[in-house]
Design a protein around this ligand. Structure first.
Ligand code: EPU
Length: 419
């Protein structure tokens, strides 16, 4: 298993080029299942999750030409030959559930494994199922699988009980080939949902209202060949800004787009430092210890749960006390006990972490438990005194392209150890 050896404290300087957003790329890849014509995708990130999804799509008969050097991928689903998505694939990546809507709409029958719980919470998919049932699908849960059938999905008014990102994406994709109009109310407004809608529209879908909480989709007969460029990864941007806030120094974040950051940008600015948006990116400079910043995670445009662990690492070395409420997932504080082992002063009460900033953290042997928790541990290790070893770094590779190399280019002492 691979590890990161991080020798801190670091001071960072240089330029970082953001990769394409994982959580935009995954649904867009699944959108290719809706059409029998080519989908050309640009700005594709070389990530563990992207590779897992390509393996899955290949098993369904999708033709794939991927070039990670050029960040391009061409997907062609004209020869779809299977409608079964096995537990083996879904258990390694929950986003595999995003095949449910498109496969059902295209093939009329599908069997997708139920994802089950994961390291950050239970994460049910009842809203995906309820929405598809509203569109006329006949769904049974059997032997851990979702068996769904619908000769032709019908447009429907769907009001989701809660805001769900992949739920909105699944229903939006299914609705593209349904008969008549579908209205999704209480829809997720995340930039990745908007990017998916943008890709679907270039494939000929009729969608309105993406980016608001009511999305209207008018079903069409078929979708056609298209090209699409994936948006930059806002979570990668936020993670590197957290690293600079914790460590100090100066970086230029290329391709930075403030509009897709939501409240996270304001919170990061409240940590202190100087932020200057210039053509083509963002300059960030931190010369002093950051200021503590409280936050409550919530759907976009609120503070992203995917940034919570990284901001906690910043708060661990900030001046002041911060309250961090995790309101999206019930078990997303797995990084806390690891940060405590580095000397961080964090107390957890229910879904709130109380972080009293300390001047210094000390290095430790650390265990990554999920993707964003790992990113939080990397930020903490960068600023800690001494040599930290972070185990199970495969979690990080699922969602960050070459984080070790990108950090080393900024002057951090980070080495990947292969055993
Ligand atoms: N939920 C339900 N029923 C459902 C769907 C969701 O109860 O049918 C609950 C979840 O358990 C959770 C809340 O609703 O408590 C929100 O979950 P959501 O469905 O929005 O999450 P997701 O779509 O499974 C995506 C991202 C996550 C990100 C969340 C929240 C992708 C592939 N994944 O997950 O990303 O944390 O939205 O923004 O887009 C990550 O990248 O590390 C990651 C976990």
């Amino acid at each position: 298993m691979e590890k990161f050896k991080v020798s801190g404290p670091s001071r960072l300087s240089g330029e970082i080029d953001l990769d394409g957003a994982k959580n935009a790329c995954l649904p867009i890849f699944c959108a290719s299942l809706l059409s029998s014509e080519e989908l050309n995708i640009f700005n594709v990130p070389r990530l563990g999750d992207v590779q897992t999804l390509l393996t899955l799509l290949k098993s369904l008969g999708v033709e794939i030409e991927v070039d990670f050097e050029r960040k391009t991928c061409v997907l062609n689903s004209k020869g779809l030959c299977s409608n079964i998505v096995s537990y083996e694939l879904v258990k390694t990546m929950r986003a595999s559930i995003l095949t449910l809507g498109p496969l059902l709409a295209r093939m009329g029958e599908v069997k997708v494994s139920l994802p089950g719980g994961c390291a950050i919470g239970q994460r049910p998919v009842d809203q995906h199922i309820k929405g598809l049932e509203k569109m006329g699908a006949d769904i049974t849960l059997r032997d851990g699988y979702i068996d769904a059938k619908a000769n032709k999905l019908r447009g429907a008014r769907i009001v989701t009980d809660l805001i769900t990102v992949t739920g909105t994406e699944n229903l939006m994709m299914a609705a593209c080939l349904a008969e008549g109009q579908t209205v999704i109310e209480n829809a997720a407004r995340e930039p990745e949902v908007v990017d998916l809608a943008c890709c679907l529209k270039s494939m000929g879908a009729k969608i309105e209202g993406e980016g608001t909480d009511i999305i209207r989709i008018e079903g069409v007969e078929k979708l056609i060949a298209a090209s699409h460029r994936v948006i930059p990864d806002r979570i990668e941007a936020g993670t590197f800004i957290c690293a600079i806030a914790a460590c100090g120094g100066q970086i230029f974040v290329k391709n930075f787009d403030r509009k897709i950051m939501g409240l996270a940008y304001e919170k990061l600015k409240s940590c202190g430092g100087e932020f200057l948006e210039v053509n083509g990116g963002l300059k960030v400079k931190f010369d002093q210890r950051p200021t503590s910043v409280s936050c409550q995670t919530s759907p976009f445009p609120g503070f992203a749960t995917d940034m919570q662990a990284q901001l906690m690492a910043v708060n661990a070395v900030s001046d002041g006390i911060a309250l961090i409420d995790e309101s999206i997932f019930e078990n997303r504080f797995m990084h806390v006990s690891e940060m405590q082992r580095m000397g961080a002063d964090i107390k957890v009460k229910g879904r709130t972490a109380i972080v009293q900033g300390k001047k210094r953290l000390s290095a430790a042997k650390l265990m990554a438990t999920d993707l964003r928790a790992s990113a939080g541990l990397v930020v903490a290790a960068l600023v800690a005194d001494g040599e930290s070893l972070i185990d199970r770094i495969y979690h990080l590779d699922r969602g960050y392209v070459n984080m070790d190399i990108k950090l080393a280019e900024l002057g951090a002492n980070v080495v990947r150890i292969r055993e």
